[in-house]
Design a protein around this ligand. Structure first.
Ligand code: ZN
Ligand code: ZN
Length: 250
């Protein structure tokens, strides 16, 4: 009798359980590194990278990134690996994903960026790191305010994530943004044009052409234009904007 081998499922289980050896074995057995189970319109467990990211299995994340796993592929419920790591406060994983080109200000199906999610769940270190890496603190449309957690007995409007919100608000007031090339991170202002937007995705910004090139080669090439959440309700206007091309003053 033939043995049924399911390397794709083995890969997901190994990522879930934190088994580096299992991940290696599944890949060796031919697993698709970006496999996800699509058993429902609205839910999927996510790729191995997504799972390892929110679980905080740093060694597995490193391996998957080295092997070329997609940093932009979403779960059916609209989250990218960076949303997963940010929501669970896995700062080291956040760092790794960004170093490999993950776009900081991607939106989930509720318009939340990874920064908003880290803030809502009050992962102060992750919030701080995302801002340092260049996440925009001034974006609206998500649920940054709406998802405050209220502790019984606290003053209305002062939830448990007060410390994280304060960091975001301070960063917003400074109006400083950062170059999205993670090895640069140079601060600048959009208003004076010291940081220029990637004209294609309009989600990343750079202090120079060199930084744009460098970020392109470490992974932005794979993400640029693929960061909009593409469910059936994807906004056609956003798609059109993503198709326009390159490097404009913001
Ligand atoms: Zn730069
Ligand atoms: Zn881009």
């Amino acid at each position: 009798m033939a043995v049924i081998i399911e390397p794709n499922l083995d890969l997901l289980y190994a990522a879930m359980n934190g088994s580096l050896r299992g991940v290696k074995a599944a890949l060796k057995a031919g697993a698709d590194i970006d496999f996800d189970i699509k058993n429902s319109e609205t839910f999927s467990p996510g790729t191995a990278l997504y799972i390892a990211s929110y679980k905080g299995h740093v060694d597995i994340v490193k391996l998957l990134l080295r092997k070329g796993a997609s940093v932009s592929k979403r779960t059916r419920s609209s989250f990218g690996p960076l949303h997963g790591a940010a929501t669970e406060g896995k700062t080291e994983v956040v760092d790794l994903l960004v170093q490999h080109g993950a776009t900081l200000d991607i939106r989930d199906g509720f318009q939340n960026t990874p920064l908003m999610r880290a803030c809502n769940y009050n992962h102060v270190d992750t919030v701080r790191r995302l801002i340092e890496l260049g996440a925009r603190p001034d974006l609206t449309g998500g649920q940054l305010q709406g998802m405050r957690y209220y502790k019984p007995g606290t003053e209305i409007g002062k939830g448990e994530n007060e410390e994280s919100l304060k960091l975001v608000e301070e960063a917003r007031k400074s109006k400083l943004l950062r170059c999205c090339n993670p090895t640069c991170g140079k601060p600048g202002y959009r208003s004076t044009g010291t940081l220029k937007l990637c004209g294609r995705c309009k989600l990343t910004r750079y202090c120079s052409r060199d930084c744009q090139k460098q970020h392109w080669s470490v992974g932005h090439k794979k993400c640029c234009g693929h960061d909009a959440y593409n469910h059936d309700e994807a906004d056609p206007l956003q798609q059109r904007m993503a198709d326009k091309s390159h490097m404009k003053h913001s």
